[in-house]
Structures are given as C-alpha cells and as structure tokens.
Design a protein around this ligand. Structure first.
Ligand code: AMP
Ligand code: MG
Length: 410
C-alpha cells in the first residue's frame, strides 16, 4: 500500500472544517479571540488637534525672531488642561498654557515646550503665568498632533480572521468598539485509549503506563483557544469507546480527537464504533513520526485519531489538528509560520517527511539547530528538550551540517 503525502492528508482533512459561527463579546473579553468582522475606523485618531508636549500653544509667526539672547514675550490668556475643551481664540502676541493631550485652542498653530521658556514649573497645581518669555522660533505644526494623522475615519484597520492581540484591543477601544463580533471557540472532545493507561494520580501496576497524551493534547488545545471536553481514557472495549464517543456527540462538539489505536490491528473498537455511526478511514501517511492516522465522522462530527506514541501524537497535532482548529476558529493567518534554520550537525532521515525535534538558538545572528535527544517516537524527553520541529522534506535521506531547513518554532 502506498503512503499518503502529508499535504494530501491535511488537505483531505481540511475539506471537512469551516468556521463555526460567531458571537459578540465585550471588548475586555476579546484577547486572543478571532475577529469575525472587518473593522473600519469610526473616528479620526487623534480625533482633535492636540499638544504633544507640556508647554504653550502659540502662533508660530509670533516667534520668528525668538533666540535665547532675545526672547519673545507673549501674554498668557488661557490655561488648557487635558480633558478640557478651550473656547479661547488666540490673537497675535498671545499664548495659552497647554498640557500634553489637551486640545489646541483656535488661532494657535504650534506648541512651544515648557523647557524652551522662562516658565519651567510643571509641579501639580502651579497656576499659569501672566506672560511667558520664549527662547526659540518654531514652525507651524511643531508639537501638534493633528487630527487624523494616525487613523482616518473610514480607514480599514483590522480584518476578519485576525487573532486579537493586546494592541488591537487598545485600538478598538480608541475607536469606540465596545462589543466585538468574534468567532465562537471550537469545542473539542479529547480521549486517550488503551488498557495500559492509568491517570497520573493512580498507582502504577505491572504492565501499565501513565497516560501522557491527555495532558499534552489538552494543553495544546487550550493554547489554541479551544474549549476542551476531557473524556478521559477509553478502555480497549467496545462499550467503553461507545460511551465516551456518545458523550462527545451529546455535547455536540466540533471535533473529536483521540490518540492511540490507529496502528495496524489491535484496537478495532474505535473503527467499529465510529463506522457504525458514520465513517472512518485509516491512512498511512508518508511522515515520521506519526505514520498511522485515522480520520472520519461520528454522528456527523469530524473525528481525528492520532497515533498513541507521545511524540507521534504531538507531531500529528501540529501537522493535522492545529490547521483544522485554525479553520474552525475562523483564523485567516497560520499560527505556526515556518522559519529557516541552519543545521549545526549533519542528519539522516529515512525518506519520509520527517519532523525532527531540535533545539534552535541564535548564534551570530543565525538560527542554528541541534537535534534534541533520541529521535524515537516514544521518546518524550526529545520534545521536552526541543523548542522546534525541523521539517525534512520527503525524499531527503541525509543533510550535511550548514544546510538550511524549514522549522516550526514551538
Ligand atoms: P497504539 O497506537 O495503541 O498502538 O499505541 C502506541 C504506543 O503509544 C503504545 O506504546 C502505547 O502504550 C502508547 N500510548 C498510547 N496512548 C498513550 C497515552 N495516552 N499516553 C502515553 N502513551 C500512550
Ligand atoms: Mg493501544
């Protein structure tokens, strides 16, 4: 049986995923959520001409000849703290004390910073002087933040499908967007399977191992802004698998994710149970680790069955599950961009598309990759010691030190 290309397997999976709907949330709840609408500015930023310094609003032409030895003295006719709205209009020879962020008075076209005047007191409560001597000439527009220089009304500022970052929330706040349409968080049911597995708090008996995939996959899902329905461990019995999958279906989750039981033979219950209420195909993907993969639908809900080996499950998540979650979440940008890194040592591969665990760090401005630990698919320490997955293309059997390869930084 020929092996399925990684890209082909991923493309087949992705045809079954679409963004799952939207909800409107208060802005403060929107960090890391995916925007579900394009946003255009509802107002200019700044929304009025204002001072960028503590100083005096002036008419620039009044100060044409001002120099330290021969300052120009202006009458101070108003005091404009931030948050007020001045009603004065400056006439030639006049100035207004003004604070950073306060609106420019009519007639004024520049601000002279307080440091360039004989009035340098900025302690709280100090009253404005009657007059001020100014030591320096300036141009119209100096130290004025003109309305609309940052953003203009109607300008597109954020696109649907963008994951909202702290600075995006700040911009939305400035634009008065209090309620934000975002994509709903996908709900994913997670199960581990195998009679050998016991939860972390249970004693280890002969032949048993601790379930690691539940913890790793659950954390990966949560990091991807997904709500996790943790189903626990399915025993290698039909009724056990049935019971957990039914629970996932009752909750109407967007994806059922399992690990183990997808290699040849042994664990047939997932296949039977899923097929009885939908469809399931086992694939052999041309990749290492993580060749076996199952994909199907249980009662209409997409089902992805990752391999059981912890490293294979981790890699399978990155290669197949993360892109599916991005689709479900409405994300338009990929959350794991590829970067180029330089091999610090030579490596060999078996010709399958390989995801090697590596430690990548900067040396003299170049990202250099050292393989992390033993590369077997059960070697959990290799992913713990790694901060990157090197992506070695199919067909490549060896690479010399100094070659550049693609990598995902974890
Ligand atoms: P399987 O896919 O069922 O053949 O399992 C492959 C290997 O992964 C076996 O050595 C299992 O014991 C191991 N394994 C399966 N599930 C888990 C899990 N949740 N945590 C840790 N190891 C697991
Ligand atoms: Mg098993």
């Amino acid at each position: 049986m020929s092996l399925l290309k990684v890209d082909e397997a991923r493309a087949r999976i992705l045809t079954h995923f679409e963004p799952i709907g939207t909800e409107t949330l208060p802005l403060a709840k929107c960090a890391r959520r995916v925007l579900a609408t394009n946003v255009a500015a509802r107002n200019d930023l700044p929304s009025f001409d204002n001072s960028s310094m503590d100083g005096f609003a002036v008419i620039a032409s009044d100060l044409a000849d001002a120099v330290p030895a021969s300052p120009r003295t202006l009458n101070v006719v108003a005091d404009i703290p931030a948050g007020t709205s001045p009603d004065v209009t400056l006439a030639p020879g006049q100035a207004a004390r003004i604070m950073t962020g306060a609106p420019m008075p009519k007639g004024a076209d520049a601000v002279i910073p307080v440091e360039e005047t004989d009035f340098q007191d900025r302690s709280p409560g100090t009253l404005a002087p009657k007059s001020v001597a100014i030591y320096k000439a300036l141009k119209a527009g100096d130290y004025v933040r003109a309305q609309g220089t940052d953003v203009q009304t109607g300008q597109p500022v954020l696109q649907s499908g963008h994951k909202l970052r702290p600075q995006d929330l700040g911009l939305l706040a400035m634009l008065g967007v209090a309620d934000v349409p975002v994509y709903r968080k996908p709900q994913v049911a997670l199960l581990s399977s195998g009679d050998e597995l016991v939860p972390v708090e249970a004693p280890l008996r002969p032949g048993k191992i601790r379930d690691s995939n539940t913890y790793t996959l659950s954390a990966l899902l949560e990091e991807a802004e997904v709500e996790v329905l943790n189903l626990g461990i399915a025993a290698d019995r039909r009724e056990s698998v049935e019971e957990l999958l039914e629970k996932a279906a009752t909750q109407n989750v967007d994806l059922i994710l399992s690990s183990a039981g997808v290699s040849v033979g042994a664990f047939d219950f997932i296949k039977d149970v899923v097929e009885a209420q939908g469809e399931l195909t086992f694939w052999r993907v041309n990749m290492r680790p993580g060749k076996p993969l199952a994909f199907g639908k249980f009662k209409g809900i997409p089902f992805i069955g990752l391999p059981g080996n912890p490293v294979s499950a981790f890699v399978g998540f990155e290669v197949f599950v993360r892109p599916a979650l991005e689709r479900l979440s409405g994300l338009e940008t990929i959350s794991r961009p590829r970067v180029r890194v330089r091999l610090a040592e030579s490596l060999s591969s078996d010709g399958r598309e390989s995801y090697l665990r590596a430690d990548v760090h900067e040396e003299n401005g170049i990202l250099c990759a050292h393989l992390a630990g033993h590369q077997g698919s059960g070697n959990l320490l290799s992913i713990v010691q790694a901060n990157a997955l090197l992506i070695i293309p199919a067909g490549v059997k060896s690479l010399a030190a100094g070659k550049d390869v693609d990598a995902w930084l974890l």
